[in-house]
Design a protein around this ligand. Structure first.
Ligand code: EAX
Length: 337
């Protein structure tokens, strides 16, 4: 067999082996391998105003992720319900039609009723007590119940302690709210808590609230000071009582479908960034919570301090009502902090 054809044969055999094994290797490259050319563009939605810490916190988050991934993961934050109301955005994560969202725990109880415990009235006396539970094993255990719903929970940001406001009079005692139409979030405990003290609760998405207050479809609402200020509620609500009846934690969520497409290195970057940005956002909420009260008074809002123990006692029957659904052990675990 001529030398040339032997060489040609060897040459062909070498490259066919390379082709078989080489290509095979490509297929087995794990998801963890980062394809340097691929850029992931993720959208995160929320319902609050562009001046609210949700937005600045998410912009900080995006910036840190960008740095940690050398610009391979781009996150864009959309405020003011541009990507839907909270329930719609949570459903979007499940369907994989939305990448991420930052929502309060209240609507999440409609997807995993373990979240109900966080919205029991006065369950957290201080934000430090809330952080201790949310950032600990109980918080993780409850967040992980979302995985089977197609959602990955990263951690808990903050909306804050919610206070009742209205357009009619100062609320000092719980019974002062008797007969008042109050907008609540879409949450059974929120509605029952206000029904228990004599109000007439209407569940409504945040995006509809300002107009409903303006047109007096409802007389009252309840939200933390930073929301009240950044959503200009002082224009339509002249009385704010610092009831602090619910503590609203805000989980940062990502679609499981989207999460599983990300290389492990990028998942780690996102987790680390969400912790740093969480602390930044919580810090802003804490500052605004105190600093803005004087600004609200300057805008003509009557701000009333109340005896929280009196309100807690008036709303306490709700614990018995939901003990069966939540579980006395879970309530005890959350309350022990
Ligand atoms: O999570 O709906 C509300 O009142 C909440 O504060 C808002 O959804 C932010």
């Amino acid at each position: 067999m001529k030398k040339k054809s032997i060489m040609l044969l060897t040459f062909m055999m070498f490259f066919s082996t390379l082709f078989v094994f080489g290509c095979g290797a490509d297929k087995t490259v794990s998801k963890d391998a980062v394809n340097q050319d691929q850029v992931f563009n993720l959208k995160v939605g929320h319902v609050l105003a562009p001046s609210h810490p949700y937005q600045s916190g998410l912009e900080k988050f995006a910036q840190i992720v960008d740095q940690k991934t050398n610009g391979k993961v781009k996150i864009s934050a959309f405020h003011s319900s541009q990507l839907g109301n909270e329930r719609e955005m949570i459903e979007g994560l499940q369907m994989g039609t939305l990448d991420m969202t930052l929502v309060s725990t209240a609507p999440l109880a409609g997807f995993s009723n373990k979240f109900l415990v966080f919205d029991l009235p006065f369950i957290f006396k201080t934000r430090e007590a809330a952080y201790a539970t949310l950032d600990g094993p109980v918080g993780t255990e409850i967040m992980d119940t979302l995985q089977e719903k197609g959602i990955i929970g990263l951690n808990y940001w903050e909306n804050g302690f919610r206070h009742a406001s209205n357009s009619q009079k100062a609320l000092v005692l719980p019974q002062d709210i008797t007969g008042m139409k109050i907008r609540t979030m879409e949450n059974k405990i929120h509605m029952s808590s206000f029904k228990t003290i004599g109000a007439d609760p209407t569940p409504m998405a945040f995006g509809e609230l300002f107009t409903a207050l303006q047109q007096k479809t409802v007389d009252a609402q309840e939200n933390p000071v930073p929301v009240f200020f950044t959503s200009n509620f002082f224009e339509v609500q002249k009385h704010l009582s610092l009831t602090g009846h619910f503590y609203a934690a805000s989980p940062l969520l990502i679609s499981k479908t989207v999460w599983e497409k990300l290389p492990a290195a990028y998942q780690t970057a996102i987790k680390e960034a969400s912790l740093e940005a969480r602390d930044f956002e919580r810090g802003m909420i804490k500052t605004m919570d105190t600093d803005l009260v004087e600004d609200l008074k300057a805008k003509g809002v009557t701000v009333t301090e109340v005896d929280k123990d009196v309100w807690a006692k008036a709303m306490a029957p709700v614990y018995k009502e939901f003990e069966g659904v939540i579980g006395a052990d879970t309530i005890a675990k959350v309350q022990e902090k």
